[in-house]
Design a protein around this ligand. Structure first.
Ligand SMILES: Cc1cc2nc3c(=O)[nH]c(=O)nc-3n(C[C@H](O)[C@H](O)[C@H](O)COP(=O)(O)OP(=O)(O)OC[C@H]3O[C@@H](n4cnc5c(N)ncnc54)[C@H](O)[C@@H]3O)c2cc1C
Length: 412
């Protein structure tokens, strides 16, 4: 009897996590991965950090090498873009011609960098950073650029700004909000975040709305509602959009609020036998009844693993709070959970010395944390959030209190 075929559309972080988990747990069907990019699967976080600075090379980015695929009977097809999905016939159409049939499918097409209308008209001085090819272009241009302008001070914009400063490039960063990362951090910590960049020499201009962008032989002019910025190079980092057009055309249910493909806790879409995971997926949390679409590695890894468990008929793991990291100016920043707007911020450690964890409390419970060079606090913070443990502000702030003891108090 022919073996069932599991096909992934995309071979990025989520698809790789699914395939690795499947094989680790003994899945013996055929596995085929279709990747539109020509490069073997790679991780994206270094593209704005060590790879951009030239401190890492291509080999350091690999997350699935062809040798592993051969040993584990995984057919990795590079440069094979899927152009449509036939849900009834359970097959996908390839850009190079022909169809590929599958018993099970995983849509893991990720996201694309959001564009600003009319920006990046082919003058070669505007970069959107999402892929290895984008990073190679930026890496080649950056050392020769005396002045870099960045639109957007979210994570990718901030990381590019930090990397460029480390390379000695002058950086002007334009942010439309009153503070960078305001929604993720709240006002107090967003101030600290802005301070980090300004102290490292970034000309961070908040509350600036960008109008026209003009490329000319001498550089690029960015017009804002408060004057113009002249630069040699411009990076546009204004967020990402899920690549859900295949799913949309195939009639899969989408999430109108967060965008992306609507999936249940096990990453099943509205069509049986088709899963979605990673940046493209908006996953239901059965405990809260709410959906969440994450754009982080941990989210992609967890969802990929959830797909593998669902395929194998194994129970879904608990949903942990969102967690992601960023490296900027040799500081390791970690974010757990989602701060509520009414949160109290309790600081453990020293903001001035950039060695602290900020806990976000509401109703006497921690629901988010922002750790700066405090990786040791993160596991306990995740537990405090997941288990909604009641805690006192004094105990959290007290460096002599072991955070794990706060969990024990409840267990006792
Ligand atoms: C510059 C940068 C820095 C980042 N830094 C961090 C960080 O510090 N921490 C963190 O947690 N996260 C970070 N992220 C986010 C993280 O990389 C993503 O959340 C993660 O890669 C999502 O995995 P995914 O599998 O959903 O998508 P991806 O990894 O994007 O993979 C999707 C793949 O599918 C392919 N594809 C799309 N359409 C098709 C098609 N029709 N046919 C075939 N293939 C297709 C795409 O080309 C891509 O290769 C960063 C992202 C970027 C761009």
């Amino acid at each position: 009897m022919p073996r069932p075929v599991l096909l992934t559309v995309g071979a990025g972080q989520a698809a790789v996590a699914a395939v690795r988990t499947l094989r680790r747990r003994g899945y013996d069907g055929r596995v085929v991965m279709l990747a539109d990019e020509p490069h073997p699967p790679y991780q994206r976080p270094p593209l704005s950090k060590e790879y951009l600075r030239g401190d890492a090379d291509l080999d350091d980015l690999s997350i699935l090498d062809p040798g592993w695929c051969a040993e584990n009977d995984v057919e990795l097809r590079l440069g094979d873009r899927v152009t449509s999905i036939d849900t009834l016939g359970r097959r996908v159409e390839l850009a190079g011609g022909g169809w590929y049939g599958a018993d099970l499918m995983l849509l893991a097409t990720g996201a694309r960098a959001r564009r600003l209308a009319g920006v990046g008209g082919g003058g070669g001085r505007v970069v959107h950073l999402r892929s290895l090819d984008d990073a190679d272009r930026l890496r080649a241009l950056l050392p020769g650029a005396g002045r870099l302008a960045v639109i957007g001070a979210g994570l990718i914009g901030s990381e590019v700004a930090a990397s460029a400063r480390e390379l000695g490039v002058e950086v002007t960063c334009l942010e439309v909000a009153e503070l960078p990362m305001l929604g993720q951090l709240g006002a107090r910590m967003a101030e600290a975040y802005a301070g980090l960049h300004r102290e490292n020499g970034v000309d961070l201009r908040c509350g600036r709305r960008v109008g026209a962008v003009t490329e000319h032989p001498g550089g690029v002019t960015v017009s804002t509602d408060a004057g113009e910025v002249e630069a040699d190079l411009l990076v546009v980092a204004v967020g990402a959009e899920p690549r859900d057009e295949l799913a949309r055309a195939a009639g899969l249910a989408l999430d109108p609020v967060h965008g992306g493909v609507a999936v249940d806790a096990e990453c099943r879409t509205s069509v049986e036998g088709i899963f979605a995971a990673g940046d493209i997926a908006s996953r239901l949390d059965p405990r809260t009844g709410r959906r969440h679409r994450g754009e982080h590695v941990d989210n992609a890894n967890r969802q990929g693993a959830a797909v593998a468990r669902a395929v194998l008929g194994q129970p879904a793991a608990d949903q942990d709070p969102p967690w992601f990291w960023s490296d900027q100016y040799e500081l390791a920043l970690q974010f757990v959970g989602k701060p509520r707007p009414d949160a109290e911020v309790v600081v453990r450690g020293s903001v001035a010395e950039r060695d602290f964890t900020a806990f976000y409390l509401a109703d006497g419970r921690v629901h988010a944390a922002f750790a700066v060079d405090r990786g040791g606090d993160v596991p306990a913070a995740r537990e405090l959030i997941t288990r909604a443990v009641p805690v006192s502000e004094a105990a959290l702030a007290d460096e002599d209190t072991d955070l794990f003891d706060l969990l024990e108090t409840v267990d006792a």
